[in-house]
Design a protein around this ligand. Sequence first.
Ligand code: SAH
Ligand code: SF4
Length: 368
Amino acid sequence: MDAPIKDDRTELVGLSRQELAEEMTKLGEKPFRAKQLWHWIYHQGKTDFAEMTTLSKDVRAKLPETHKVTRPGIATEQTSEDGTRKWLFNFADGKEVETVYIPETDRGAVCVSSQVGCTLACTFCHTGTQPMVRNLTAGEIVGQFMAARDSYDEWPTPQDGGRMLSNIVMMGMGEPLFNYENVAKALTIIMDGEGISISKRRITLSTSGIVPEIERCGDELGVNLAISLHAVRDDLRDVIVPINKKWPISELLDACRRYPTSSNARRITFEYVMLKGINDTDADAYELVNLLRGIPAKINLIPFNPWPGAPYECSSNNRIRKFADIVNDAGYSSPVRTPRGRDIMAACGQLKSATERVRKFSDQPATS
Ligand code: SAH
Ligand code: SF4
């Protein structure tokens, strides 16, 4: 692969409104130019200053010398037979992440990554087996969504209701609450009504349970919360979601009880991956409803998605159905997440693996 060309100009994507205003001041421009730029970058989706026609000719001419508006590079783009699309994006330092778009009839969610790899090592997750490389910047997080919108030509920002890319789930690679500052900055940009304008009700952040940051996330962002629970006993969760040793189930659920959106209209989602013979008995299901009592919750049962060398199998359909029935009968909605994009390794927990595999066996044809 060609080495990226060195470019020291300041990237504007990912700056807060205030930082953008400061950049304009440095150039000797009035702060209101920042408002105009914001509109061109985040509402119109433009990357070429020459097209930002409300800026004075002078500003349009001098901005490209010192500043840029870019997107992550697209290493690969694949579309699944079910319509799911996956991008492998690369950044200036050559690091890569995956982003997935999951379309539904008249809407769809973009699954965004927060880190290159993950420092946590949940035993069923492929991302967790890869060495952590680094946190993504706010610009790299927003950039994934903007590049996805480019791909569907969804600029300028359409009215709410007329969007294919209507929702965001922070469920890609990485633990978003271990990169809280950048994730918060990115989501604040994404929620801004004069730009990308996705409301906090359409954003869901998934965490394996970083308790202190859950509180900040609720107070400062107010987005929907999803918790990767996956086990109902500490002895098992300590093994499969090892961060549990630091913040055990009871502390995690206390943080959920305090989460400001935990009202009936905006339930907390509990993700529960179905692992054959590990966490899928009737007793587990009863204990789950017992634990969640008092928390407005929705339980998302995720069939385990296999990856090369994974030490688990997915529970049988019958087992998943029986588990779901118990949870349902207790009054909780418990949709079973239909795996999407498995043919392109885009399903939950599979991210990055196909790319790694192709690299490892690059002398063999990539048959996946
Ligand atoms: N780090 C955060 C965000 C990633 S979300 C978190 O863990 O919540 C990715 C979701 O997919 C998590 O719920 C994760 O537990 C789940 N997951 C990981 N590996 C999986 C696999 N192989 N099959 C199904 N779901 C998996
Ligand atoms: Fe990291 Fe989430 Fe995977 Fe656990 S499930 S290793 S926290 S990405």
